[in-house]
Design a protein around this ligand. Structure first.
Ligand code: PEP
Length: 254
């Protein structure tokens, strides 16, 4: 059975002191997780090392929000896989829609980053999702297929076992609009079927597919109850320990 993975994307919020405060409040609220549930926090780069230290001995794992596709070099402002690992990260979010929209990230670049992460022992959480006009035009599945094929190109079945896909409809991120559980489940099923075609049913059955887009304590249970929704990537609601903890406890025991 697939695990349920709840990840919090802190985006460009929280200074070092605020990060310490948030994670200190979160730790006791996550001391008794259901056995099938994993929790990840993804603070900004500047807080990774201190959060890693605070998380030692806890049930919460650490991820970053982005990573360079290069190993090292004269790339001002970039952060490498080696830096993330030395700061204590196990996961890295790649291809978030904000990276695609504001920083021009393409499926090709996200694919290079994913391969670099996998080759170096970091587990990528790769984001895909359609924009509002694409949903309205009825091309959601086409867009998702192109993104999935693009970001997974050249990734082996063995490596795919370490990948998490986050389906995040762009129109639902930070807008308060959530995909209905049925709308989300349809796209998750589509992704799983596509991965079965590209790899095998066995691999597709094991793939964790998170939903993201205005997940809140009051809609989490219904979304997470869907058969193909294996977790959540949470933005706004992870910035307060109690609301993130409520989402975590809304995970079904499978
Ligand atoms: C996100 O940042 O990935 C996200 C889903 O944000 P929000 O929960 O605020 O919509």
């Amino acid at each position: 059975m697939r695990r349920t993975v709840i990840a919090g994307n802190w985006k460009m919020f929280k200074t070092v002191d605020e990060s310490v405060e948030l994670v200190t409040a979160l730790k006791p609220l996550t001391s008794n997780l259901k056995p099938n549930v994993d929790v990840i926090v993804c603070p900004p780069f500047t807080s990774l090392a201190i959060v890693a230290n605070l998380l030692k001995g806890s049930n919460v794992k650490l991820g970053a929000q982005n990573m360079s596709e290069q190993d090292e070099g004269a790339y001002t402002g970039e952060v490498s896989w080696k830096m993330l690992k030395s700061a204590g990260c196990e996961y890295v979010i790649l291809g978030h829609s904000e990276r695609r929209q504001y920083f021009g990230e393409t499926n090709e670049l996200i694919n290079l980053k994913a391969k670099k992460a996998l080759a170096n022992g970091l587990r990528p959480i790769i984001c895909v999702g359609e924009k509002l006009d694409e949903r309205e035009k009825g091309v959601t599945e086409q867009i998702i297929s192109t993104q999935i094929k693009g970001v997974l190109g050249g990734i082996s079945s063995d490596d795919l076992k370490k990948v998490i896909i986050a389906y995040e409809p762009v129109w639902a991120i930070g807008t308060g609009k959530t995909a209905s559980p049925l709308q989300a489940e349809e796209v998750h099923q589509h992704i799983r079927k596509l991965v079965a075609q590209l790899y095998s049913w066995n691999v597709a059955e094991g793939l964790v597919i998170q939903y993201g887009g205005s997940v809140k304590p009051d809609n989490a249970a219904e979304l997470l109850a869907q058969d193909d929704i294996d977790g959540a990537l949470v933005g706004g609601a992870c910035l307060k320990a109690d609301s993130f903890a409520s989402i975590i406890s809304a995970s079904p025991s499978r």
